[in-house]
Each structure stands twice: as C-alpha cells, then as structure tokens.
Design a protein around this ligand. Structure first.
Ligand code: FES
Length: 159
C-alpha cells in the first residue's frame, strides 16, 4: 500500500503571499476593485510602503510557515518612491531564486512583477497567472516531500 498523499490538481488551493508596494502596485489593485475585476483569492496580500522592505529572510519565513508561492508586486522601473527600492528587490529576488533552487523549492515559486500605476487589468492578469503557475508546481516541498505526494489528473481519476 502506498503512503503517498493523493492531491487532485483541481482541488489544490495554493497558499500564496503577495507583498505589495503601497504606491504603483496597490493603486492598481484598488483600480481592479473599482472596475470589479476578479483575481484569484488564493493570494494573501501584505501592503508595504516599498518593496525594498522585503528581504530574503522574510520570504524564507513565509515558506517555512506554509506558503506555496511568493508574489512581489512593486513599482515599474524608475518609479519607486524611495528611488532604489525596486532595484534592491530585483537583486534580492535573484539571490532568493538561487537559494530556493539550492533548498529544493525551485526558483519559480517567487515572482516579481513591476506594476504600472492604476492598471487593474494588468495586476489581475498577473496575479491569476502566478496562481495558475503555483498550482501547476504543486504544494511546497517544505510541507510535503515530493516523494510523499502524488498529483492526480482529475480527468484520470473519474473512473
Ligand atoms: S515605492 Fe513601489 S517599489 Fe518602492
């Protein structure tokens, strides 16, 4: 008998933490709300004054606490209100991705998006794309070792 957890791809609801810059990204989220655009509810958003506040330790802590993916929503190039915040985040993300690969989580679980201000459609599309990507990756190996789980294709499990 197999000791694997069977997880149906369609039933897997990823836990995603979204760190959101108060300026460009948050204004776009507000615009998405004003225009009643839908984006996946799987992302728990945390608002920060600038994405430059996010460091590798914070991201690793979120994974340790059960996140399946981390989305970073910041200002577009040259628009950071604190000048170098988003550039600093880009450097951090490059380091994070290397570290996540070393730890076996894979670099695709962290994603930085430079969001133009007041563009609700753009931010909703990017959130939905990241949720889909994280669903495809499956649960974080911090929660389950890949050898413990078996992702089941829903069409194959009907009969
Ligand atoms: S103020 Fe938006 S990323 Fe710095």
């Amino acid at each position: 008998m197999s000791n694997k957890f069977k997880i149906c791809k369609d039933d897997f609801e990823p836990r995603i933490v979204g760190f959101v810059c108060n300026w460009g990204a948050y204004s776009s989220l507000e615009m998405a709300g004003v225009n009643k655009l839908k984006y996946a509810p799987d992302v728990k958003l945390i608002r920060l004054m600038c994405l430059g506040r996010v460091h590798t330790g914070l991201v690793l802590k979120a994974f340790e606490m059960g996140a399946d993916g981390i989305l970073l929503l910041g200002c577009p190039p040259g628009s950071c209100h604190y000048e170098f915040g988003v550039d600093r985040t880009k450097e951090s993300v490059a380091q994070m991705k290397k570290m996540l690969n070393l730890l076996g989580l894979g670099s695709k679980r962290v994603h930085l998006v430079e969001v133009p201000p007041d563009d609700g459609e753009f931010v909703a599309r990017r959130i939905n794309a990241f949720v889909k990507r994280t669903k495809d990756l499956g649960p974080s190996p911090v929660k389950y070792a890949p050898s413990q789980i078996e992702m089941v294709d829903p069409s194959a499990s009907l009969f």
